[in-house]
Write a protein that binds this ligand. Structure first.
Ligand code: XUL
Length: 624
């Protein structure tokens, strides 16, 4: 008899530049990771950054679908060579770049059900696709289609309310609309349309069935209805793309959506069993988008958030209510148990939906580095020293300057551009103070440049996350230490991305967001050391999902009702118990989670600066 400890879980990630795999234990330790890079490992496709570009000014960005298939072949060869114990893998799930669509041919079912395990997939699967390319999320060729889609709904706000986002060039609805417009014959020859995540899920099963799109990932299409208990493909979007006469056929092509993220959608395919020794009883669970998968790797509970500090900054806010807005994207939570009656319109379902919201800012590290280079000799040490000198050290010292560095036209606020700096004394009245602040080209004290950009970016995240939470979201547990605020706030924020190595930035973030800033940590029994987790969060997030789905189906489904967050907590607790006293010297917020910065004495100053900053943002947007 095998013990729970013998079970392994596999997460895959098909991203823009590579495919990756993470192997996890049943207590969610990351055991090993492997990857295949498109440019470096498959140079014959000629990609750069994993993509190819269409004619100049077309805005087309795409990848060859067979390149991804070949990368999957190569990844499993690597897994085999590395000696991963595939026979113990009980559950698998995949993440895929969001929005990217895959087009299956009318022969796909027969091709998918007759693969020969003595040959690689790349030599067999090409007839399964009607379209040789996968449009990439960087594609911007569909502006006209976006406007047509918004018009069909009565404007961007209405579309955002109905589907969680206003129209975006990269979203799948506009992509399909353009494809059908320009290549009606190929559209006609397409049997099914999937996303990158459901494509990899289909490959994992190879049982002749094109697997359904996952509901959280479907929210990145502008096609899935979120505003109603009756979830489903939105009839207005279907008709806008395919006409009233073609709507039913498009709905058929899109297929049934997986509304239970932990349902078994198939067993690991014979090709994997015969070729690489996988367990034929290994279960495959629905794949999801890369951002939902990152969300899962952090197990964000309602009112918790993520700030990813990269070239662009991304903020994720977990909520238990639906608060869509044209500035950002709302998605269903990526690990929901099925509502009892999700598709028949009965709102008495026993599982209340949960959501997360994604805010994407183009001017993240790009703008921070620009300010560092311009004023601080390209030195983060000098930049950080200026911030530490000037930041509020108590609740009464209010910021008096702020700066908006929209070097690229930004997404939030939409179309914001240029550099705008304001300064002026502050008394008690926020609005009057902001109205009388002076617009300046340079601050008199150069150190203000560093503090002003960071405060402004972070007040942006605070202002908008507070608006999303808007008081209706009950935090899942009181944060430690208890913090009282007048504005809704995130109860815990995870920091990731390159700039999350900057402790000054994280400490300021804790003050401005009035929240403890955390990172995932892992324990190395060989060195008896804790370190910041450095794994690939997307493939790890979906491996967590596979672990959760597997728990729900085992023993005849006795634990089918267990919630994802609860299962992750349980696994981590088992891990902590198994470790005993080892590593107990490290004060962790929770198993696997370490607080890297806590709100300090200056946080009250920021709490009282949000409306002041909002007024200055309005002034900057007004062209000042
Ligand atoms: C999200 C988006 C990107 C891709 C990256 O809307 O377009 O983050 O998901 O793969």
């Amino acid at each position: 008899m095998t013990s729970n400890m013998d079970n392994l879980f596999l997460g895959l990630d098909a991203s823009t530049q590579s495919v990756k795999a993470s192997l996890l234990s049943s207590t969610l330790d990351v055991i090993s990771e492997l990857s295949v890079n498109f440019d470096a490992d498959l140079p014959h496709y000629g990609t750069s950054g994993g993509v190819l570009y269409g004619p100049k000014d077309s805005g087309e960005v795409y990848s060859p679908v067979m390149m991804i298939v070949e990368a999957v072949d190569m990844l499993f060869e690597k897994i085999n060579k590395a000696g991963w114990d595939t026979g113990r893998i009980r559950g698998v799930s995949a993440a895929g770049q969001q929005h990217a669509s895959v087009y299956w041919s009318k022969q796909s079912s027969s091709v998918l059900s007759s693969v020969d395990s003595s040959k690689p997939l790349v030599s067999q699967l090409s007839p399964a696709f009607s379209r040789p390319v996968v449009p990439n999320w960087q594609d911007s060729s569909t502006t006209a289609d976006c406007r047509a889609l918004e018009a069909a709904f009565g404007g961007p706000e209405a579309l955002a309310r109905a589907t969680g986002s206003k129209a975006h060039e990269r979203f799948t609805a506009a992509q399909i609309m353009r494809f059908k417009r320009l290549q009606p014959d190929v559209y006609e020859a397409t049997d099914r349309i999937g996303l990158c995540s459901s494509f990899i899920t289909t490959l994992l099963c190879l049982d002749g069935e094109v697997k359904g799109i996952d509901e959280s990932d479907a929210c990145g299409m502008n096609l899935w209805r979120m505003d109603d208990a009756k979830r489903g493909w939105h009839p207005t979007a279907l008709a806008a793309i395919a006409g009233e006469e073609g709507a039913a056929e498009l709905e058929r092509k899109l297929g049934q959506v997986e509304v239970d993220a932990g349902r078994v959608v198939g067993k690991v395919g014979k090709w994997f069993v015969e070729r690489y020794g996988f367990d034929p009883e290994g279960c495959v669970f629905p794949g999801t988008g890369d951002n939902p998968a990152t969300f899962l790797s952090l197990t964000l509970r309602p009112s918790e958030g993520l700030v990813s500090l990269g070239t662009s900054d991304v903020v994720l806010v977990s909520t238990s209510s639906y608060n869509p807005h044209p500035e950002y994207h709302a998605f269903f939570h990526p690990a929901q148990n099925a509502p009892l009656s999700s598709t028949d319109g009965d709102s008495s379902s026993h599982v209340k939906p949960r959501y997360f919201n994604m805010l994407v800012y183009k001017n993240g590290s790009l703008a921070r580095q620009h300010v560092r280079d311009k004023y601080f000799d390209k030195s983060w040490d000098k930049f950080n020293a200026a911030v530490e000198d000037l930041r509020p050290k108590n609740n009464t010292e209010l910021p008096t300057s702020t700066a908006f560095w929209w070097l690229l036209p930004d997404i939030i606020p939409d179309g914001a551009s240029g550099v705008h700096k304001f300064t002026g004394p502050r008394e008690s009245s926020e609005l009057i103070d902001a109205a009388s602040a002076q617009k300046v080209d340079e601050f008199p004290d150069v150190r203000t440049e560093a503090l002003a950009i960071l405060e402004s970016q972070l007040l942006n995240y605070r202002s908008r996350s507070s608006a999303i939470l808007d008081g209706s979201d009950e935090p899942s547990k009181p944060a430690t230490p208890a913090i009282t605020t007048t504005l809704p706030r995130l109860t815990r924020v995870y920091a990731t991305g390159g700039a999350s190595a900057n402790h000054t930035l994280l400490s300021l973030m804790a003050d401005v967001l009035s929240a403890p800033v955390c990172k995932n940590v892992e324990f190395n029994p060989e060195t008896s050391q804790w370190s910041f987790a450095n794994w690939n969060s997307c493939s790890v997030g979906v491996a967590y999902k596979a672990r959760w789905g597997w728990e729900r189906q085992k023993d005849g489904g006795k634990r089918d009702a267990i919630d994802f967050d609860e299962l992750v907590r349980e696994c981590r607790e088992t891990r902590r118990e198994a470790r005993g006293d080892e590593g107990s010297g490290e004060a962790l917020e929770e198993e696997g989670i370490s607080v890297v910065a806590s709100p300090g004495p200056g946080r009250g100053s920021y709490e009282r600066s949000v409306s002041w900053w909002q007024t200055l943002e309005d002034r900057a947007l007004g062209g000042e």
